[in-house]
Design a protein around this ligand. Structure first.
Ligand code: PSU
Ligand code: MN
Length: 301
């Protein structure tokens, strides 16, 4: 039977109105990070959320069910799953009784909303791809953030995307975009992009106030909280630029289309930086998880 499975721990936290942070599972699969870094990412993100007194709720599909929160025996299966599922793929994967699948930001935000989790953390969201004027490749993450009442904490969007067009598209969708302690939209590995964020807030409390104000205003979707990578972990934009160009060229030459594009680019950039992009990726994911946990707590105050 197709269903939604909420882990015991997450169900208890929701019932008792304790803070919960939803997570995606694509980033911690081989489609997001090579082993063993995918597990390190998972462990560090979970630990950061718990250290703030919140409960992590990884999302995915197991045995034909949506899951929110993994039982200990589920974790390995999610780390090794190879089917990437976006929001529009959820009904099909359930109908097929998919044994395992990992969820992208769009699918994870949909699941979070479904079970009443209000805050979600990831590394970087998908966005408008470079060359989108020709390819029309715009991640469904953006539409999902607009439609589901979930606060999404990310280090901006991956710098291989067209960040200016990503911000334009978020404006078109009416998604509030908030820079956390920054005036600039962060570029994942780098703190700066040269692009201004529409608004800046400097505390989890202020973000909780803004979320409440969004509800008062009648906004039924989510908000994007852009949290720059910590200073000490940053790779300057100038250093990563060449690796991005190389990664994009490798991905284009591979002929990948659709959902296969982003994993191909991620792997090619990791290769082009001789894996130097990876520690930065882990650090920003952990930092986003910590901020998300603080926001989840502030929402309940
Ligand atoms: N950015 C990362 N790692 C990832 C992704 C994005 O640094 O693994 C994944 C996320 O799951 C995101 C998805 O939701 O890629 C976007 O894929 P697409 O571009 O196909 O929409
Ligand atoms: Mn796409």
């Amino acid at each position: 039977m197709n269903q939604i499975r909420i882990s015991l721990e997450v169900a208890a936290a929701l019932r008792e109105k304790r803070p919960v942070v939803a997570l995606e599972s694509t980033i911690t699969s081989s489609l997001g990070l090579p082993a063993p870094y995918n597990r390190e990412c998972y462990d560090r993100v979970e630990a950061a959320i718990r250290a703030e007194g919140a409960v992590p709720a990884v999302t995915g599909i197991l045995d034909g069910s949506l899951i929110a929160g993994a039982e200990p025996s589920d974790v390995e299966r999610l780390l090794t799953a190879t089917r990437k599922v976006a929001e529009r793929d959820l009904p099909i994967a359930l109908a097929q009784g998919a044994p395992t699948a990992v969820t992208t930001v769009s699918a994870s935000v949909a699941i979070a909303a479904r079970v009443g989790i209000r805050v979600f953390a990831t590394g970087g969201i998908g966005g408008v791809h470079r060359g989108a004027a020709e390819s029309f490749d715009i991640s469904s993450d953006l539409g999902a953030i607009a439609r589901h009442p979930v606060l999404v904490v990310s280090a901006g969007a991956k710098a291989f995307l067209d960040l200016a067009k990503t911000l334009e598209y978020l404006e078109t969708l009416s998604v509030p975009v908030i820079g956390y302690e920054t005036d600039e939209f962060p570029a994942f590995w780098s703190r700066t992009s040269g692009l201004k964020v529409p608004a800046r807030l400097d505390s989890p409390r202020d973000i909780a106030v803004a979320a409440h104000a969004a509800t008062i205003s009648g906004w039924v979707g989510g908000m994007l909280i852009a949290n720059p990578i910590p200073f000490t972990d940053e790779i300057p934009a100038s250093e990563i630029a060449a690796a991005i160009e190389k990664g994009l060229a490798t991905a284009a030459a591979s002929g990948a289309t659709g959902a296969a594009v982003t994993p191909k680019i991620l792997a090619a950039i990791a290769a082009a930086t001789e894996s130097r992009s990876i520690p930065a990726n882990l650090a920003l994911a952990e930092s986003n998880a910590r901020l998300a946990a603080k926001i989840a707590a502030a929402l309940l105050d």
